[in-house]
Write a protein that binds this ligand. Structure first.
Ligand SMILES: NC(=O)c1ccc[n+]([C@@H]2O[C@H](COP(=O)([O-])OP(=O)(O)OC[C@H]3O[C@@H](n4cnc5c(N)ncnc54)[C@H](OP(=O)(O)O)[C@@H]3O)[C@@H](O)[C@H]2O)c1
Length: 222
């Protein structure tokens, strides 16, 4: 089974970015070098890294290891129709990337994605990407650990399916003040519902003035 860790930065008022449509990269400006190195070390410690298509559209992330030693994890992007921006960095930088699409993705879009040498496409799911099937496919490829860096809809879906083994929250000491900015979790209109779950605080420490808390499912406690 693929062990899934979520890693998110949240403002004091619980926001994932400074406003709707804003990039979470804005929050990186509140980092110091030691936190940046730790953060990239977390990426290097995992076999694969995933964000949702929404984050690729809003943040154009690199999802590579740059401020720590270690190899880049395999990038994994669930995007039901495969309609990522053709000029986004992930499609152009040559770093290995797996794009999961549903059966609704057209053969033309799949062919255009696969024309990029570093990009592989897998089909799992009918209308939307079936995340459980995607995890099985990753496991079959030898992926044992996956770090998921957002955003809200993907995180919500993974939690609703009970697939998350560890939560890492970096609490950035700012108040975004934007009521409609995304929070940690947000349901997709047709996605699975989320119910109450209890988590156990395993670690709590401060780097660059940012509190980092690490949680595991309460049931997993000894
Ligand atoms: N602070 C942080 O740590 C952090 C990190 C990352 C992102 N963010 C912020 O989060 C926001 C983006 O979040 P978001 O909720 O819009 O996007 P998201 O969670 O990154 O991506 C959601 C999209 O993924 C695709 N998807 C495919 N299969 C899915 C499935 N089974 N379940 C859920 N999604 C599936 C869907 O797009 P299709 O319909 O195209 O398939 C869906 O709309 C941005 O504001 C970004 O800045 C913050």
């Amino acid at each position: 089974m693929v062990k899934i860790t979520t890693l998110s930065e949240l403002t004091i008022d619980g926001k994932l970015s400074l406003g709707p449509g804003a990039s979470s990269k804005d929050l990186f400006g509140f980092y110091g070098d030691d936190l940046r190195a730790w953060f990239h070390g977390q990426r290097a410690a995992h076999d694969a890294i995933m964000v949702g298509a929404g984050t690729v559209r809003s943040d154009d992330p690199e999802l590579t290891v740059r401020h720590a030693a270690g190899a880049n994890p395999l990038r994994v992007i669930p995007c039901s129709l495969g309609d990522l921006p053709s000029d986004c960095g992930l499609l152009r930088d040559g770093v290995a990337t797996l794009i999961a699409v549903s059966r609704k993705a057209s053969p033309e879009i799949i062919a255009a994605l696969e024309a990029r040498a570093h990009v592989e496409v897998i089909v799992c799911g009918e209308d939307q990407v079936d995340l459980s099937a995607l995890m099985a496919a990753l496991e079959a490829r030898g992926v044992r650990s996956l770090i998921v860096e957002g955003g809200s809809r993907l995180l919500h879906a993974l939690h609703a399916l009970g697939l998350v083994s560890r939560i890492i929250i970096k609490q950035i000491p700012i108040i975004a003040g934007a009521e409609d900015a995304p929070t940690y979790l947000r349901a997709s209109p047709s996605g699975p519902a989320l119910s109450l779950s209890r988590w156990r605080l395993e670690e709590l420490f401060v780097l660059s003035g940012v509190a980092i808390s690490i949680y595991s499912p309460f049931e997993a406690a000894a």
